[in-house]
Write a protein that binds this ligand. Sequence first.
Ligand code: NAP
Length: 219
Amino acid sequence: MDVADRPVIGIFGAGKVGTALARLFVGSGYDVLIAGSPRQTALDLLISVVAPGTRVATPDELIAASDVIIVAVPFGKSATVPWADFGDRVVVDAMNYWPPVDGHIAEVDADERSTAEINAARNPLARVVKSFNHVGYHEMEDDAMDAGSPLRRAMAVVGDDPDARAVVARLIDDIGFDAVDGGELAVGRALEPGHPAFGRELSARELADLLSPVAHLAA
Ligand SMILES: NC(=O)c1ccc[n+]([C@@H]2O[C@H](COP(=O)([O-])OP(=O)(O)OC[C@H]3O[C@@H](n4cnc5c(N)ncnc54)[C@H](OP(=O)(O)O)[C@@H]3O)[C@@H](O)[C@H]2O)c1
């Protein structure tokens, strides 16, 4: 599936990250849909207050309308998102395995893959990109800056499909960050909690250095 110049953005998860990203994308002129938890009530009211301009959708409506799907639910609930229905869309995994929230998941603790690879295996057709996960939700809006600003913060994109990485890199630039292409999805390990790129305010050069093969293998 080709992605339009101005892709429609669909976000799973109307929590801290999902609503921060919704505000940023609506503010940058994107059409944004959001789907909340099955047990969430009064989502229309919530979204009209915290992310006005975002359209509340069912999962099916979101998938049908979106060119790029961002998954921003707790990692431990990732399997409740309908990955199999995403087809070959560009899908951004914004999640972190975070034991204080998710509990310790023995299979994940024993898995050598990055959590993005674990998620990507839920739909081998989807063009999964890992991004947004290494920046705090509160910093996403506070740290956004115009292109060319000398102190502009960087965000990484990693994924096995170069075109998908380019699509997400453009989105990152539009919402106010320098995008750094880190290469294949396995490099997502370097963006996970406990690794040097996680949660740090980095320039594009600094982030690129941390994602280089040697640096991320050493992390
Ligand atoms: N907080 C941060 O600064 C930050 C930054 C970057 C990345 N992240 C990562 O991003 C993810 C989301 O974090 P968050 O802080 O936004 O969490 P959050 O505030 O708890 O929001 C997540 C939302 O997703 C909902 N949800 C669960 N299953 C869903 C489903 N199948 N479809 C749609 N929505 C669903 C949750 O509802 P229920 O409560 O009903 O489960 C909750 O409302 C996590 O993996 C986190 O590690 C967090």
